[in-house]
Every structure is written in structure tokens, then in C-alpha cells.
Write a protein that binds this ligand. Structure first.
Ligand code: TXA
Ligand code: MG
Length: 350
């Protein structure tokens, strides 16, 4: 059985945090909120507990985990050395949605690093994540709390749908504010390289690291092992139904989505459209299942609602999801990345 306990992020109940910590000390897992998405956590230094993460998610062991910390001491415990850049980045972006790839200390279990000589580290800002790490006085390894390959969870209900019966406890603090996962920045590469765009924008990183690069390689799922960052796999975070990404001007995209929707509807298929608030008038009397993620001018709003939108359409029982494109500025880059993954790269040029 899976227990879901509501918690007030402004005042996390100490007794409930302690109960969660007790479960973690007993080599089991706990789902907790972060500012990006919900995480499925285990103590980094209890390998048996970490194994349970992989079992619950049905995640392959070749996919390494992020270690979540709250202070410098934990960073020191996890790393073999700390590049000077880390302090500069930490000053600007920690606590927050930035994960750094750093040289791993030999003590970090292979279950966490997948045998790499690097470790992913992030200092979350969510008060409940922080309270739990503090109670453990140990870093917590946590991937997103979804089944492997499914859309990441931004509410406790999303987690419950994927992991009910597989985890003892879900701490429910409502929807995650950022809504897309952390930005992963590789500091072990020759030039600092973004392996996964996320909650810290490229523009914000460039202000601190003018030479930051964006990884281009997009290995596909069947390239299998030896994944540098499996988050880069094209098919990942997918809804359970086929999805398509429409590209072009706003007018072209709306017209092409209407045309495609009509074609599917004529085949007796239920169609879901993931749109912007600016598209609502176009689709309001269409009879389609629609979800407006947010304004084209507000990438942070779209990021916060994107995964909930994909899951809402999926839950409505649609046979296909048609997604509009969003501007790539700011968090729009992460939004585009997740839409490419959700659609498996199936782009329709309008
Ligand atoms: O926002 C987030 O990052 C959320 C919350 C829970 O913190 N976590 C998350 O974890 O998204 P996960 O496991 O779903 O994605 C972590 C990504 C994976 O794609 C993994 O391959 C990559 O980080 N990663 C972990 N360790 C790595 C390493 N040493 N080198 C390169 N990539 C690594
Ligand atoms: Mg994930």
C-alpha cells in the first residue's frame, strides 16, 4: 500500500518528515516534492535502498541518479574534487534547478553513478526536500518519480498513478513550481556543456558562463548502454499515446492542427490538442480535448503546466495528441526539449 500524506511546504510537519526519514533509514524509498518535479528518493549511501528506486520505476541500472544535497559538506562527501567554477555557479543558482556533473568520490555507490567516474549533484530549493535531506544528514539520490519512459510527475496524483503499490510513502505538497526537471551541466567536459536543458535557462547560465555549450548529440533509445546522459534520449517522458509536434508560424500551426485533428476525427479517433492560451479561441468550439499550457509570452507558465497537460490529455482517453510549438526563449528551450521527447521527434512542419 502507498500512503499519501499532505504537507504544508511553508511549515513542514516535523513528525511526518521524521517518519519519512525513518523509512529511508530502513533502506526503503520515499517520494518527495522538489521545485522541479516529484522525486523518488533513497539515501545515496544505502545501495539496497537505491536499488529499490530502479525496481519501483523499472528503470535500467545504466541510467545514473542525481544526488540531492543541502550543504557544502555533502558536496565534499560526494566528489573527488570540486572545480572552482562550482562555487560561482552555486552562488548564482543553488539552491535551485541546476544539476552539476562532477568527479565522483570513490565512496559513491555504483548504483548511483551507474559505474561512471562522475556524479550528478543538485541542491534543491523546495523546503520539504531540504527538510528530508537535513533529517537524514545524508544526500538523497532521486530520479523523477514516474515509471521509466513516462511523463515526469508534477503532482502527487501523477506519482500515485505511476507508482501506487510500489512505494510506501508519497509526501504531497501540491504542484511543483518549475514543472520541468533541472538543467544538467557537465563540468567534467572540456567546456561546460548542458546535457539537458531545464529549470535554469541557457540565458541565465550564459550570464555566468559565457562559453557554456549545449550538447547536440541525441542518441536514440535503441543505442542502449553507454549513455552519457540518458535524459538526452529522444524517446523519453512519453505519453502512452502517439504525439506530434507542429512547427511553423502561429497561423500555420493552428490551421495544420485543425486539419490533422479533422482527419483523425473522421477516422473515429479521439484527438487531444496541447495549445497556448492564444489558441483557445481557435479550438474552443472544435469538440476536441484541449489543454492550454500557458501564454506564448510566458515560457515559465508553459513549463510549469506542460507535463500536467500531457497527462490530462492522456487521462481523457485520447488516441493521439497534437502539440503546438512554443517560443524557445528562457524555459522555452526546456519545453521544446520535452515536447521533442514526448513526440519521439515526430515533427509536422505546418
Ligand atoms: O529536476 C530534476 O533533476 C529531478 C528532481 C527529482 O531533482 N530529477 C531528475 O532525475 O530529473 P532523472 O533521474 O529523471 O534524470 C536525471 C538525469 C538522467 O538523465 C541521468 O542520465 C543524468 O541525469 N545523469 C545522472 N548522473 C549523470 C552523470 N554522472 N553523467 C551524466 N548524466 C547523468
Ligand atoms: Mg526522469
Amino acid at each position: 500500500q502507498t500512503e499519501v500524506i499532505p504537507l504544508d511546504p511553508a511549515q513542514p510537519d516535523a513528525a511526518i518528515i521524521e517518519r519519512a526519514a525513518t523509512i529511508l533509514r530502513g533502506e526503503d524509498v520515499v517520494v518527495f516534492p522538489t521545485e522541479t518535479v516529484y522525486g523518488l528518493g533513497a539515501d545515496v549511501f544505502r545501495p539496497k535502498a537505491v536499488e529499490r528506486i530502479f525496481a519501483a520505476k523499472e528503470r535500467p541500472y545504466s541510467d545514473p541518479l542525481i544526488a540531492h544535497i543541502i550543504d557544502e559538506q555533502m558536496l565534499v562527501r560526494l566528489t573527488a574534487s570540486i572545480p572552482p567554477l562550482v562555487h560561482e555557479l552555486a552562488r548564482h543558482f543553488w539552491p535551485g534547478p541546476l544539476t552539476l556533473i562532477l568527479p565522483a568520490a570513490p565512496e559513491v555507490p555504483r548504483t548511483v553513478t551507474a559505474g561512471l567516474d562522475t556524479v550528478a549533484v543538485r541542491m534543491p530549493s523546495h523546503p520539504i526536500a531540504r527538510a528530508l535531506i537535513r533529517a537524514m544528514n545524508s544526500p538523497i539520490a532521486a530520479p523523477s518519480a514516474n515509471r521509466f519512459m513516462h511523463v515526469s510527475p508534477t503532482t502527487a496524483q501523477h506519482v500515485y498513478q505511476d507508482l501506487a503499490g510500489r512505494v510506501p510513502l508519497i509526501l504531497d505538497a501540491g504542484p511543483c513550481a518549475v514543472g520541468v526537471e533541472s538543467t544538467i551541466l557537465d563540468l567534467c567536459a572540456e567546456v561546460p556543456t548542458i546535457l539537458r536543458p531545464g529549470g535554469v535557462s541557457l540565458e541565465a547560465l550564459q550570464a555566468v558562463l559565457p562559453d557554456v555549450q549545449v550538447a547536440k548529440k541525441r542518441p536514440t533509445a535503441d543505442e542502449g548502454t553507454a549513455m552519457k546522459s540518458p535524459g538526452q534520449m529522444l524517446i523519453h517522458y512519453s505519453p502512452h499515446v502517439p504525439a506530434y509536434l507542429f512547427e511553423g508560424s502561429d497561423e500555420q500551426v493552428r490551421a495544420a492542427m485543425q486539419r490533422e485533428a479533422a482527419r483523425y476525427s473522421a477516422q473515429g479517433k479521439q484527438v487531444g490538442v496541447l495549445i497556448a492560451t492564444e489558441d483557445i479561441v481557435t479550438f474552443q468550439h472544435s469538440g476536441l480535448h484541449s489543454y492550454a499550457a500557458g501564454s506564448l509570452k510566458a515560457p515559465e507558465e508553459v513549463a510549469a503546466r506542460l507535463f500536467a497537460g500531457l497527462r490530462t490529455l492522456e487521462d481523457a482517453g485520447v488516441d493521439v495528441i497534437l502539440c503546438r510549438n512554443f517560443p524557445e526563449k528562457g524555459l522555452g528551450r526546456a519545453v521544446r526539449d520535452r515536447l521533442l521527447k514526448a513526440t519521439g521527434g515526430k515533427i509536422i512542419s505546418a
